[in-house]
Design a protein around this ligand. Structure first.
Ligand code: AVI
Length: 318
């Protein structure tokens, strides 16, 4: 039983980009790995579970804004645009937007084809007249939109505060790339997480049920499985810290004792207390959001925020 479950995975060729990023990340000082590698199948399931946690406010706050302000979006965006969603994933928030603005087409972009095709099929059956045109790809690299949306004005949709997982320079580069892809008359609706009190932020990334800890530690399991690693899972603990200087939550895997392990044929050592920095989640003040968007070539036009000022949805014009 176990063998049939695990044989296909062990036979799968390791992703060379995963190998390169992890070996490079573990070789540098301090150790740091890119957050994109959290999202294998188990990681994606754990992330979905995080979005339902009582402590993890961003998903609830953003979904609440999408539900509440449909009429405002319709007035500001108008009908007949092609909606291009970046990192569509399970696309749970999208129906609220599509229902509100009556688009001409929906183009979800995601790196995981499996996830993307399942959620696209669901959306296509919920919106029978709407052309749903999924694009499998990495929106951090150059992409082409389907020919069917040629000539249509576009609305980029980038929810979830995913922009916050990028270093500010990379975030600006991505915003510029979106502008190039979407064209001169495009709009962008983007979710950004606000700076708030430290306790609330830390609780959101270190929940009482330990789901975020499992999400962070799943990276170790993935490395062991896909890169012939022998990292001891019980040798690491999850830690979330607020870096006030950089206005970001950082997730780390802390070595709880001196460690010696192998990954992809290379040997690594960690001192007790040393960490692997696995994710940054930048938070923005109202002015920071606008500066970032302008640096990326977008002019903010409207902003919607929940009553507690936890999260913002901003509509910007190219
Ligand atoms: C996907 N991203 C916006 C999440 C965040 O809040 O930075 C990822 C996450 N990491 C831990 N919890 C959620």
């Amino acid at each position: 039983m176990l063998l049939t479950q695990y044989a296909p995975l062990s036979l799968r060729a390791p992703d060379p980009a995963f190998r390169r990023d992890i070996v490079e990340g573990l070789s540098r000082t301090p150790k740091a790995t890119p957050p994109i590698w959290f999202y294998d199948r188990r990681g994606s399931e754990l992330f979905e579970a995080i979005t339902d946690l009582p402590e993890y406010y961003p998903t609830r706050a953003e979904t609440g804004l999408l539900e509440k302000h449909g009429a405002d979006f319709a007035a500001a965006v108008g009908a007949g645009r092609a909606v291009v969603e970046f990192g569509a994933g399970s696309a749970r928030k999208t129906p609220h937007l599509l229902r509100a603005i009556d688009p001409a087409a929906y183009v979800p972009i995601d790196i995981s084809g499996e996830f993307l095709h399942a959620s696209s099929a669901e959306l296509a059956s919920a919106f029978p007249g709407l052309p749903v045109l999924p694009v499998v790809g990495d929106f951090n690299r150059d992409l082409l939109l389907p020919a069917a949306v040629e000539g249509l004005p576009r609305l980029g949709f980038f929810p979830g505060s995913t922009i916050g997982n990028m270093e500010p320079e990379a975030a600006v580069d991505l915003l510029r790339a979106m502008r190039r892809l979407l064209g001169d008359d495009a709009l962008l609706l983007i979710g950004m997480d606000r700076i708030k009190d430290r306790e609330r932020l830390i609780a959101a990334y270190d929940d009482a049920a330990g789901v975020t800890a499992a999400f962070n530690l799943n990276l170790v399991a993935r490395i062991n499985r896909e890169l012939e690693g022998d990292m001891p899972i019980d040798g690491f603990a999850h830690r979330a810290i607020w870096n006030d200087d950089k206005a970001r939550i950082e997730m780390h895997l802390v070595a709880v004792r001196p460690l010696h392990f192998h990954v992809a044929g290379q040997c690594f050592r960690m001192a007790a207390g040393e960490t692997i920095h696995t994710e940054s989640s930048h938070k923005y003040g109202a002015r920071d959001e606008r500066l970032l968007l302008r640096a990326g070539g977008w002019e903010p036009r409207h902003e919607w925020t929940d009553g507690e000022g936890l999260f913002s949805l901003i509509l910007a014009k190219a």
